[in-house]
Write a new protein. Structure first.
Length: 609
């Protein structure tokens, strides 16, 4: 009697979209050992002791297939406190492994070990990992490469080779000293001395020619470049001379492919591009360049990092021709302040939105939030002098609150019901005082401070508008949300108009990402669902759910009842300096009713404060 239903449920439960990774036969567990140690590195003729993972800069890549469990055993052999973050990994029910210090965990102290343990579900492409405490991510970062499931293909031409290209920032001084001094004086921090490609600044800097990344290619092939911006404080333009790139993925979400000679990538973003090499050996070498897109008023490292695209010489030519006799072509990049380029580029990015990889844009909204983001000031402590604007200290805020990190982790406080005195749940839905956000700045630029969060019931559909302010100058901020991807449904310059702008929202195929460069002097509208339907159940659970759903008709409109998205999710500017100044906040998403909609208990080795 239940036969047809039984079969339907077996089939549904077996569909890959619904497969729970750990129970699928082709998924596996990948183990990594990360030893955080000091090691001496020389760049630009300056030798510095840096913190690195296993003595590598950039750190080792994490390679996994969609559906795999990853366990990274991290041991801290340095004096500093450490945490690592798996940037963009959604951490379903595993928020204890997310990593931001004092948000989801206390730091791993010197001599301690912590095992990060999570499963990668419903994501494929490039992400990255980095330290998430103070400015330690300056040297503690590396790629996360998520391959499609076994036997699954890319929705684009199979590349001949895949190469991570990770941008970083090199400081001759210790970045910890740089930020600590800035926070003390209230001034903007000293800027970096170079940008790097795969840890190497390249030939355009003094004393750096030998530290140049070379991408050796064969003619007539397609390469997949996995671009990652791990720089601390700078958006970057990137281009390869005489080669067009095809963007196919961003933040581990497939995009509608589009061709471009130049791309823009903010800290926290990743972009996969296809590079088709020339059909035959070109007798030329090509520079690839990256340099910043600058919108702020402060000091900036405006230098350019370069790598070389080098065609392997045909065998017959090897002796007779020297690569150094070849002409070297240089790409041209937009002006440092080319905001039009940024806006046009952003408009071209669309989700693939295919049947297999749908764009599940929330069509209805339960809760609307309007957050101003930008800089501000804090008063100078009595009897000291400060070097920020007008003798104050630089600060930054969301809805005028400069977020103060607690001395214990928010997630522990939440989980054990000990939030009293740790955080408030009164984070404002709108700016406390409306003003002309992108007009003449108000006279009072002071921010308020606190540890305040938004609490969302399980399964809330959220619309969040981020509005840049002109206080101390407009600026593009790369906002990053932990635990979720959001859809970028609209953006524009000036002040957001809640009456006119929603009509222009793209609810069909907007790009889905975890980090957005909010427009300088403008706004961006994001939507996300505070759960993650349909991909987090064992076969057994899915089968039972399917039966119960159909027998009792719990769900008639296709809305999800399963799954969870529980935890404390940090949201912050991915310019490390702005995060340090307080441009950060957190969302608490409550447990759902069902047992599989709840955060798992903390692992036994979770570090203590
Ligand atoms: C992948 O394909 C191979 C060969 O076609 C097959 O033997 C294997 O069972 C497949 N694996 C999965 C998980 O589908
Ligand atoms: C780094 O170099 C300094 C100075 O030469 C030396 O004292 C130190 O032992 C080196 N550190 C490591 C980890 O090799
Ligand atoms: C990782 O987490 C899973 C799910 O909580 C658990 O079953 C497993 O034992 C953990 N593995 C390790 C090595 O801690
Ligand atoms: C490369 O581009 C430059 C400038 O656009 C052009 O002058 C040159 O002919 C091109 N060279 C090759 C080998 O593609
Ligand atoms: C490169 O140089 C070789 C030797 O001069 C020549 O035979 C070949 O046609 C050149 N290739 C191109 C693409 O210019
Ligand atoms: C970079 O900044 C320096 C000093 O602030 C300035 O002299 C130089 O012209 C700038 N370079 C570019 C490419 O804007
Ligand atoms: C960009 O900078 C140039 C000078 O370097 C200036 O002339 C131009 O007005 C600036 N453009 C914008 C959009 O700010
Ligand atoms: C500031 O300095 C004055 C004079 O030296 C002293 O009387 C006062 O106590 C100091 N205030 C604080 C807060 O340190
Ligand atoms: C600095 O103070 C002066 C005089 O009080 C004021 O006119 C100016 O707007 C202030 N500037 C900033 C950036 O706060
Ligand atoms: C806000 O300021 C801008 C720039 O000064 C101005 O063009 C605009 O009219 C102002 N808007 C309102 C509502 O006052
Ligand atoms: C919570 O709010 C109260 C009242 O405004 C304030 O006194 C307290 O400092 C706040 N606590 C935190 C952790 O921000
Ligand atoms: C490391 O973190 C612990 C817990 O928050 C704190 O008590 C300690 O002072 C920190 N140590 C260092 C070196 O920052
Ligand atoms: Cu910012």
């Amino acid at each position: 009697m239940a036969c047809p239903l039984f079969i339907v449920c077996v089939v549904l439960a077996l569909l890959p979209e619904f497969a729970f990774a750990a129970s699928a036969s082709d998924s596996s567990t990948r183990h990594y050992t990360f030893n955080i140690k000091l090691h001496n590195v020389t760049r630009l003729c300056h030798t510095r002791s840096i913190m690195s993972v296993n003595g590598q800069l950039p750190g080792p890549p994490i390679v996994a297939r969609e559906g795999d469990r990853v366990i990274i055993k991290v041991t801290n052999h340095v004096p500093n406190n450490i945490t690592l973050h798996w940037h963009g990994v959604r951490q379903l029910r595993s928020g204890w492994a997310d990593g931001p210090a004092y948000v989801t965990q206390c730091p791993i102290q010197s001599g301690q070990t912590y095992k990060y343990n999570f499963t990668i579900i419903g994501q494929r492409g490039t992400l990255f990992w980095h330290a998430h405490i103070s400015w330690l991510r300056a040297t503690l970062y590396g790629p996360i490469i998520i391959l499609p499931k076994r036997n699954d293909t890319y929705p684009f031409e199979k590349p001949y080779k895949e190469v991570p290209i990770i941008f970083g920032e090199w400081f001759n001084a210790d970045p910890e000293a740089v930020i600590s001094q800035a926070l003390q004086t209230g001034a903007g921090p000293n800027v970096s001395d170079a940008y790097t490609i795969n840890g190497l600044p390249g030939p355009l800097y003094n004393c750096s020619k030998k530290d140049t990344f070379k991408l050796k290619v064969k003619p007539g092939k397609t390469y997949l470049l996995r671009l990652i911006n791990a720089a601390l404080n700078d958006d970057l333009f990137f281009s390869i001379a005489n080669h067009t790139l095809t963007i196919v993925e961003a933040d581990a979400i497939y995009t509608k492919p589009f061709d471009t000679d130049i791309l823009l990538i903010t800290p926290g973003q990743t972009t996969n591009v296809l590079l088709k090499t020339k059909p035959s050996y070109p007798n030329a070498t090509y520079l690839m360049l990256a340099r910043p897109y600058v919108t702020g008023q402060g000091a900036v490292d405006n230098s350019t990092t370069a790598g070389i695209l080098e065609y392997e010489q045909p065998l017959s030519n090897q002796s007779s021709f020297k690569i150094k006799n070849h002409p070297l072509f240089k790409p041209s990049l937009p002006a440092l302040n080319d905001t039009n380029f940024a806006a046009n580029f952003s408009k071209k990015l669309r989700s693939l939105a295919s049947n297999k990889f749908p764009a599940n844009v929330p069509q209805n909204v339960d809760r609307r939030f309007f957050f101003t983001i930008g800089l501000g000031t804090n008063p100078c402590p009595k009897n000291t002098t400060c070097q920020g604007p007008n003798g104050t200290k630089f600060a930054a805020s969301v809805n005028n609150i400069s977020f103060v990190l607690p001395s214990t982790a928010l997630l522990q406080a939440h989980y054990f019901g000990q939030s009293n005195g740790v955080y408030n749940t009164t984070f404002p839905t709108n700016p406390p005082i409306p003003f002309n956000y992108t007009g003449n700045p108000p006279n009072n630029t002071m921010v308020s401070s606190g540890t305040d969060v938004v609490v969302l019931p399980f399964n809330t559909s959220v619309e969040l508008v981020l509005q840049d302010t002109s206080i101390l100058g407009v600026e593009s901020h790369p906002l990053h949300l932990h635990g979720f991807n959001f859809f970028i449904v609209g953006e524009g310059f000036g002040n957001y108009d809640p009456n006119k702008d929603p009509a222009k929202f793209n609810l069909i195929d907007p790009i889905e990402r975890n980090t957005i460069g909010a427009p300088s002097g403008g706004w961006v509208a994001l939507r996300f669902l505070a759960d993650n339907p349909g991909r987090f159940k064992t076969f057994h659970q899915k089968f039972l759910l399917c039966l119960s759903v159909h027998i009792f008709s719990f769900v008639t409109d296709g809305s999800p009842v399963e799954n969870t998205y529980t935890g404390v999710w940090f949201m912050h500017c991915h310019f490390e300096v702005h995060t340090s100044w307080g441009l950060r906040m957190a969302w608490i998403v409550l447990d759902g009713q069902q047992s599989n909609q709840k955060l798992l208990p903390p692992p036994s080795d979770l570090p203590k404060c």
